[in-house]
Design a protein around this ligand. Structure first.
Ligand code: GTP
Ligand code: MG
Length: 307
């Protein structure tokens, strides 16, 4: 491999190559990830989610810049569902616009192709690479609605949910389950009309978290840089508050990752065992149609062949 030392020292090219390997050749990445593993679990992972166009990338760029200016070493991983259209440049462009270029903040977009399970695995392993490179916090942007969504709350230590008045969110958000997962709720683009109504409805559903603590609801606007800086400080404060319980949370996260890997791999095997063109499957379907076997019997045959 040879590149591990360079990754640890945050050589950008080496970090980028490692992330590309994880994304494109997950099997080949395994040996590298195995070596990194003992050094991981020490960075705070901040998940930022919310509807498309809510202003997540703009906000993250500013939050990351503030954290960097206060001596932290943030990295940003943007899971970008539109990057097949734009070539993955969205977050990069934003970052440049927000002046992140000389800040030491590492920014990377990843395409959300493939199954949801494969994407979650890829995100987790990319986080691992960034942790190995001693970036802290690792901020993960993902769109929080639709089928390709990553279950960000199960990956992150702190989840920030971003709404904006433009996206007519409140009702869809409730449907999308975004109202349960946030530690901090952001009413973004608060310079726009409708922001105060949105603020009221977000406050209503945000309520208190499972531990009984009030969930924070904050108003932010890119027109008011101090608002993003304040959010950055709030995230940093929550991160240090949560440092105590981190070992347990990390252990729980590893267990949930293990379960995901096993379930997804069983699922993948099942899907391939039931693909048209698979001789055994085609025979099963023919027998089922002809009434020679019932659905339970057919299922047993396929399951038996999967082991
Ligand atoms: N008026 C206003 N516009 C904003 C604000 N923040 C972002 N925008 C604009 O909103 C649009 C979307 O911003 P992004 O940061 O790309 O939003 P996003 O949530 O990352 O979008 P996706 O990643 O595509 O889901 C851009 O045109 C931004 O310039 C804000 O505070 N006020
Ligand atoms: Mg974005």
């Amino acid at each position: 491999m040879g590149g591990l030392g360079e990754i640890r020292r945050r050589k950008r090219g080496a970090v980028a190559r490692a992330l590309t390997l994880v994304e494109n050749e997950p099997r080949r990445a395994r040996a590298m990830l195995r070596e990194m593993f003992p050094h991981c679990g020490r960075s705070t992972v901040v998940g930022v989610t919310g509807p498309a166009g809510a202003g997540k990338s703009t906000l993250i760029a500013r939050v990351a810049a503030t954290l960097a200016s206060e001596g932290m070493r943030p990295a940003v991983l943007a899971v970008d569902p539109t990057s097949h259209v734009t070539g993955g440049a969205i977050m990069g462009d934003r970052a440049r616009m927000a002046g992140l270029d000389g800040s030491g903040v590492y920014v990377r977009s990843m395409a959300s192709r493939g199954s949801r399970g494969a994407l979650s695995a890829s995100v987790r392993d990319c986080i691992r690479v960034l942790e190995y490179a001693r970036y802290d916090p690792v901020i993960v942007e993902s769109v929080g609605a639709g089928q390709t969504e990553v279950d960000i709350a199960s990956i992150a230590d702190i989840t920030v949910v971003v709404f904006s008045p433009q996206t007519g969110d409140s009702i869809q958000a409730i449907k999308a389950g975004l109202t349960e997962i946030g530690d901090i709720y952001v009413v973004n683009k608060s310079d726009l009309a409708g922001a105060s109504q949105l603020y009221d409805s977000v406050r209503e559903f945000a309520g208190t978290g499972p531990g009984g603590q009030e969930r924070a609801v904050v108003r932010v606007s890119s027109k008011r840089p101090s608002s993003a800086a304040a959010l950055a400080r709030q995230i940093a404060a929550l991160a240090s508050e949560r440092r105590r319980g981190r070992k347990d949370r990390y252990a729980a996260r590893l267990e949930s990752e293990l379960r995901d890997i096993v379930l997804n791999s069983v699922r993948d095997r099942a899907v391939s065992a039931m693909s048209a063109g698979n001789a055994r499957y085609d025979r099963c379907v023919r027998d089922l149609r002809a009434g020679r076997v019932d659905p339970h019997g057919a299922a047993q045959r396929i399951l038996g062949a999967m082991k």
